[in-house]
Design a protein around this ligand. Structure first.
Ligand SMILES: [Zn+2]
Length: 83
């Protein structure tokens, strides 16, 4: 079971990678090896997730399955590998 991270904290962090496990959103923050489940203010960790990437800036747009709360989480985009 992954530790939880409150939505407000996730929104202030830089997310390096993410995945969905059984409908719950797991994120790994920049500089951390630990995967954490993003928890809504309503207590649920189930989200509808969309990614929006523009150049080197990314947003993980999430919407809670339980209460419908929306948030934009900052996503770290790995720089392109130089050729
Ligand atoms: Zn909610």
């Amino acid at each position: 079971m992954a530790a939880e991270i409150p939505l407000a904290e996730a929104a202030r962090s830089s997310i390096e990678s993410w995945r969905i496990v059984d409908g719950s959103l797991r994120v790994r923050l920049a500089g951390s090896d630990e995967e954490r489940a993003v928890q809504c203010v309503c207590g649920r960790c189930h989200w509808v997730v969309e990614t929006h990437v523009t150049g080197t800036r990314g947003i993980l747009a999430v919407k809670c399955h339980g209460c419908g709360r929306r948030a934009d989480l900052p996503l770290v985009i790995a720089p392109a590998v130089p050729r």
